[in-house]
Design a protein around this ligand. Structure first.
Ligand SMILES: [Zn+2]
Length: 79
């Protein structure tokens, strides 16, 4: 039995590298994390690209402590 052509193409393709938040949006190089702040409830991290000599703030979304405290809050409401 012959496999459909689209399946062969699918198998041959290497999985694409997922876009990384830690890559510089300008040059695509890996950046170094220099700061992290979750005080606002968001997981904000500052990355620095040595190549561009620029810093980029990446928002990773809701900080873990915020998720946990919200979860605890809803537990209290339920009881
Ligand atoms: Zn860069």
């Amino acid at each position: 039995m012959q496999l459909p052509s689209w399946l062969k193409i699918f198998n041959r393709r290497k999985p694409a590298r997922p876009p990384s938040l830690t890559d510089c949006p300008k040059c695509g190089r890996q950046m170094d994390m220099i700061d992290k702040s979750t005080m606002s409830g968001d997981d904000m991290r500052t990355y620095r690209c040595e190549h561009c000599r620029e810093e980029h703030i990446v928002n990773y979304g809701i900080a873990l402590w915020k998720v946990l405290s919200d979860a605890n809050k809803s537990d209290d409401d339920a009881s």
